[in-house]
Design a binder for this molecule. Structure first.
Ligand SMILES: Cc1cc2nc3c(=O)[nH]c(=O)nc-3n(C[C@H](O)[C@H](O)[C@H](O)COP(=O)(O)OP(=O)(O)OC[C@H]3O[C@@H](n4cnc5c(N)ncnc54)[C@H](O)[C@@H]3O)c2cc1C
Ligand SMILES: NC(=O)c1ccc[n+]([C@@H]2O[C@H](COP(=O)([O-])OP(=O)(O)OC[C@H]3O[C@@H](n4cnc5c(N)ncnc54)[C@H](O)[C@@H]3O)[C@@H](O)[C@H]2O)c1
Length: 473
């Protein structure tokens, strides 16, 4: 007889959803968390802090009003790191409070400490005060997430050469910054600091950025960044990073030397599996610390051990991690889980936002699906005029054969909210005619869907009958 039905290691989005799901099914559940407070990377160093920072930066700079009042417009002239942190701490407290309450009212047991395997059913937990306890469980879910990749040759000092955790603790706003890595983290922080008037240079070793996003959207986004003097350097890995007085020097592979007050190293993350002593349970992580799972059940090669969230790799989102945790938890306690819908949204909270759901134009071409696109610029909507928007783009892709929506791609204000209209139509197998025939609130940015739908419809022509329910291809 085991002490628990499910022990979850990690209290981030995957662990939290898994634990509450099992508790709702009347199972005895324990969450082990090594951090001082529950919430994981998502609450303490990732999603919530970066999004709060973004919101604070946009509010204090008056960014959203600059379309009307010009680029020099500011709500607060001198913005300090303390200004940015104030709102962060309040938001984090609320998040942790909600989470603690969810755990307590669902009778999820909690333990603070670092877990490692003794065998496939037994974990040893070292608590903060040094006490060591053994826990045994029928099933174990590893929701340990990731940590920043910190190569040995980068002289991190936590002050001017920082990773994406340390950036939240900086003492002052830098006048210039070099961001290494144009992944989602690098791009989000680069554009947030640029909105705060920091002169930002982004260095990316690949020739492109954000390859999973529709190219037309990335091109529009890159144009906007360059238009506000951000420097984007592609196809250059870094050779060295050196601190010299109050300047940081970054040398690129082609010999070019860049200098700035601060360097943010955001070139990827690694699975936080090294402390788990995986060999004791018969598991092995890959070279980036990640675990392989069955994509439908999130079961590892050891049947009673599951893994979910960032530790299993792409897409590494808080949103998808929650769903993975819930599915894993149900399977672990013997309750079938429904497979999630095919299309999930991806939101990049850069300035401006990008959000996407479904196939990109490049994927549609690769799959040889005959297609048509519809485009709407936010400046064509009355809401856009009211808001003073001169940028913002919505692109819809439709199948010429079935008329079904294949992809919705947005760059601009509100993109991460707007995308859910596209997501619903995609997963409900709707066609271009949905956008043409339905009435949208006016004036809204959502009206862009109507405009993009009409744009595509004008080139596709009248429907012979509404084709629905078939596969997109
Ligand atoms: C800067 C940044 C911005 C992001 N922005 C977004 C966004 O806008 N939208 C989005 O959807 N996603 C975003 N993400 C991704 C999101 O944060 C992750 O997908 C999500 O946090 C993953 O959840 P998780 O449950 O896998 O683990 P995590 O949130 O990483 O939590 C894992 C937990 O496990 C604990 N742990 C690890 N090892 C042990 C051990 N041995 N014993 C006990 N406890 C342990 C850790 O302390 C941690 O609390 C962002 C990430 C970063 C870094
Ligand atoms: N809004 C969101 O949903 C959100 C926000 C932030 C992070 N995340 C998640 O977190 C995960 C990690 O993000 P990330 O941005 O750290 O990792 P990443 O792996 O996506 O990006 C790292 C980038 O750095 C580049 N790079 C690597 N080495 C380099 C070097 N030496 N010089 C220059 N460039 C180099 C890589 O080519 C890559 O483009 C992502 O998978 C993402 O899903 C999501």
């Amino acid at each position: 007889m085991h002490s628990y039905d499910l022990v979850v290691v990690g209290s981030g989005p995957a662990g939290r959803r898994a634990a509450i799901q099992a508790a709702k099914l009347n199972k005895k559940v324990l969450v082990i968390e090594k951090g001082t407070r529950v919430g994981g990377v998502s609450v303490h160093t990732g999603t919530i802090p970066s999004k709060t920072l973004r919101e604070t930066a946009l509010n204090l700079t008056g960014w959203r009003e600059r379309g009307f009042y010009g680029r020099a417009y500011r709500v607060k002239q001198e913005i300090s790191a303390a200004d940015l942190r104030r709102r962060l701490l309040i938001t984090l407290d609320h998040e942790v409070d909600v989470l603690e309450h969810q755990f307590s009212r669902n009778r999820v047991h909690q333990m603070r400490g670092t877990a490692r395997f003794v065998d496939a059913h037994t974990l040893e937990v070292t608590k903060d005060d040094g006490e060591v306890v053994r826990i045994d469980s029928r099933s174990i879910l590893l929701a340990v997430g990731t940590k920043p990749f910190r190569p040995a040759h980068i002289p991190f000092d936590g002050k001017s050469i920082v990773d994406s955790d340390e950036i939240l603790e900086i003492e002052g706003l830098p006048r210039s910054m070099i961001v290494i890595g144009a992944g989602v983290i690098g791009i989000e922080y680069a554009t947030i600091f640029s909105a705060l008037d920091t002169a930002v240079t982004v260095v990316e070793s690949r020739d492109t950025m954000l390859d999973f996003i529709d190219k037309e959207i990335v091109d529009d986004f890159a144009y906007q960044l360059r238009d506000r003097n951000m420097k984007l350097i592609f196809g250059q890995a870094i050779e060295s990073v050196v601190k010299d007085g109050d300047r940081c020097h970054v040398t690129l592979q082609n010999g070019r030397r860049l200098s700035a007050e601060m360097v943010l190293f955001a070139a990827g993350r690694v699975g936080a599996t090294e402390m788990l002593d995986l060999k004791n349970c018969g598991l092995e992580a890959d070279k980036r610390g990640r675990l392989a799972v069955d994509p439908l059940t999130f079961q590892t090669s050891v049947p009673n051990i599951y893994a979910a969230g960032d530790v299993v790799g792409f897409p590494s989102l808080a949103s998808t991690s929650m769903e993975q945790g819930r599915i894993a938890s149900r399977h672990a306690v013997g309750v079938p889980a429904i497979e999630p819908p095919k299309f999930f949204p991806y939101g990049i909270y850069a300035v401006p936002e990008i959000s996407t759901c479904g196939f990109t134009e490049e994927e549609v071409i690769e799959r040889k699906i005959p297609y048509e696109c519809g485009i709407a610029h936010f400046r064509e909507t009355s809401r856009g005029h009211i808001m003073g928007l001169d940028t913002g783009l919505l692109k819809l892709i439709f199948s010429l054969k079935t008329r079904r929506l294949l992809g919705a791609h947005i760059v601009g204000e509100g993109a991460t909210e707007l995308v859910h209209i596209g997501q619903a139509v995609l997963n409900l197998k709707g066609t271009v005619d949905y956008f043409v025939e339905n009435t949208f609130n006016y004036p809204t940015l959502a009206e862009a869907y109507k405009i993009a739908g009409l744009d595509a419809w004008n080139r596709m022509g009248e429907a012979p009958g509404h084709a629905t329910g078939e596969d997109p291809e």
